[in-house]
Write a protein that binds this ligand. Sequence first.
Ligand code: ADP
Length: 245
Amino acid sequence: MKSVIIHAKNISKKYGNTTIIKDVSLDIRAGERIVLIGPSGSGKSTLLRCMSGLEDIDSGIVSYCDIPIRDKNLYERTDIGIIFQSFDLFKHLTAKENIMLAPMKVKRIDKDEAEKRAIKLLEMVHLSERADYYPDELSGGQQQRIAIARALAMEPRLMFFDEPTSALDPEMTVEVLDIIVELVKKGMTVFIVTHEMEFARRVGDRVIFMDAGDIIADMKPDDLKLEKVTNPRIRQFLSQLSQYN
Ligand code: ADP
């Protein structure tokens, strides 16, 4: 069995009096490609935020390599990359400078080395020719690819993606999803919240379905088909999606 990177046991999360995550347990192991799907409002983003240490939990435990995630210091947390739907690049920095910043500030890597790495990462996301552009001069899809390169510059052990393409139009969605697929092929451990079912099947080796704050299924990607699913909630979800596909 591969080693557990993130271990979540019996976690619950409330906002006010409403319990959003209900006693969920889930491990992320090295090399796994977990895709989290489910209806809007079912708690997918919240679970991602709890498992990545962005959000405090009300009960249970989340540990990262056996240490409670909230005890991790900033340096150790750089092992975890997180990509959001809103790319959140620094507007006053160029694409390359965005990628160089955290390795220099947090990891104390010198400027020349940081630049060398940034150039390689720009190649990886197919944006070498945009190195000196500012975020406002880039399309949404390009900004998201720079955000991915920026996260990779910290050499994370795993990456969380929270609906990385939901702010993008279809053409740009494809270019971002292709980069994620390339990353996964290189062995990156990923935990992805997405509405893109075709992508979920392509990229995932475990598809987890959430409903009303609970994990109700943990499936193989091939089983994520209307003709194979028997659970009525998942059937309803898939058939609603297919109306739009
Ligand atoms: P999903 O990602 O599945 O769409 P979310 O995790 O974003 O679901 O949200 C789950 C529920 O938690 C929703 O009802 C949402 O309104 C609520 N929620 C999320 N974040 C907050 C917050 N910061 N404060 C209060 N309620 C929140």
